[in-house]
Design a protein around this ligand. Structure first.
Ligand SMILES: NC(=O)c1ccc[n+]([C@@H]2O[C@H](COP(=O)([O-])OP(=O)(O)OC[C@H]3O[C@@H](n4cnc5c(N)ncnc54)[C@H](OP(=O)(O)O)[C@@H]3O)[C@@H](O)[C@H]2O)c1
Length: 362
């Protein structure tokens, strides 16, 4: 079977939104970032290695994607210490996890013609060879910037969507607290909560630009700085009647601090643990205020967003309409080149150091 198709109408439509589809890159070497050593504590640039290698010839059923944007995701940290996480540990020399959006430039798979726009779990590489299995989807034209497919319409946005809807069982009138509220998951969660009828949404994030954006652009009712010595009291004052939903991206100590604010039948959505990923499990803060679960009949439930994969297209179409109408705002920091990803990733674990979805443009 030979290569399929030519440049499609769809590529032209996407061209104005971040990918010059008319200039399909001729693939020379693959540039990728691998794990140089297992990480203890906070990640640093020395933990990563840039490699260049000749691309292998495609096998039957495979296609090659020229990645346009690749993401740095904090959850990847849990796979880099050499100990198993739910997704399994990466070994030294493995390509670091990341999501990409790009177009097919060579194909031995009839379902993925040349020019097809796709998003996929690519790893940190400028091109990806795929057989279409795993996290890989052909993209419809929903009129959004390409980069949104690995942001609000990708794993972070869908985590917010299904975390609030399926796990948090959000309903009109709910009072919602979102932690790491200025990140792509948190900012989407807070805006969706508002759109879905929450009566009050309070974010927890660094003061300054993040707080200003959440209040002025994203419609949060209040934003509290978790680094203030009066954090717990400030949050209680900002949510005087307590919270029905805590959407947590931060980890055990944060949950423990907020537990006394939970209202009867409240739901705690455990989305992420950005403060705990760099801490060995035995050294993490324990959750102590567990009596609140009994007295207030609380539930706490985690999610792995890929459980909701089949429902992504419908949610993505709705989220895209919200982006296009201006109801859902997104914030991105785009650096240049695959070799910019280690620094982007390291910044995610330095409070206040970065603001928005971290992406590399390839
Ligand atoms: N369950 C799932 O299926 C799923 C899927 C995707 C992502 N997630 C998780 O969702 C969470 C949010 O992801 P995201 O992509 O939107 O990342 P993010 O929230 O933007 O994460 C980076 C931000 O976390 C904050 N942070 C860093 N260290 C902190 C600390 N010690 N204490 C408190 N905050 C700290 C910083 O914001 P400040 O400057 O405001 O401190 C930093 O900019 C992550 O934990 C991720 O693993 C879960």
């Amino acid at each position: 079977m030979g290569c399929h198709g030519g440049l499609t109408h769809q590529m032209q439509m996407f061209a104005d939104r971040g990918l010059n589809a008319g200039q399909a890159r001729i693939m020379t070497q693959i540039h990728r970032i691998t794990l140089a050593r297992h990480i203890t504590g906070t990640p640093s640039l020395e933990d990563f290695k840039l490699e260049a290698l000749d691309p292998p010839a495609l096998k039957e059923g495979q296609f090659r994607v020229a990645n346009a944007f690749v993401s740095a995701d904090p959850g990847t940290r849990s796979r880099l210490s050499g100990t198993a996480s739910y997704a399994g540990a990466l070994q030294i020399g493995d390509v670091i996890d990341g999501f990409a959006v790009g177009h097919v430039v060579e194909s031995l798979n009839p379902a993925f013609e040349i020019g097809q726009l796709v998003t996929l779990g690519s790893g940190w590489a400028d091109q990806t060879i795929s057989n279409g299995r795993g996290y890989c989807a052909k993209l419809p034209d929903l009129g959004v910037p390409l980069s949104a497919w690995i942001g609000v319409l990708g794993v972070p946005g869908m985590t917010a969507w299904f975390g609030l809807k399926r796990v948090g069982q959000i309903k009109p009138g709910d009072r919602v607290i979102v932690t790491s509220a200025a990140g792509p998951v948190g900012a989407t969660a807070g805006q969706l909560a508002k759109a879905w009828g929450a009566s009050r949404v309070v974010g927890v994030a660094s003061a300054g630009a993040k707080s200003d954006w959440l209040l002025q652009e994203a419609g949060f009712d209040a934003v509290i700085d978790y680094r203030s010595p009066t954090f717990a009291a400030d949050l209680a004052a900002a949510m005087p009647e307590g919270a029905d939903i805590l959407f947590d991206n931060v980890g055990n100590k944060m949950i423990d601090t907020i537990l006394p604010l939970m209202r009867p039948f409240g739901r705690i959505v455990v989305s992420g643990q950005v403060a705990d990923y760099n801490v060995a499990p035995a050294d993490r803060h324990g959750i102590r205020n567990t009596d609140r679960f009994i007295t207030h009949r609380l539930k706490m439930e985690g999610l792995v967003v890929f459980d909701d994969l089949r429902a992504f297209p419908e949610a993505q179409a709705e989220a895209a309409a919200m982006i296009n109408s201006g109801q859902l705002k997104l914030k991105e920091v785009i650096s240049e080149g695959i070799d910019s990803l280690p620094a982007a990733f390291c910044a995610l674990f330095q409070p206040g150091a970065t603001f928005g979805r971290r992406l590399a443009r390839i």
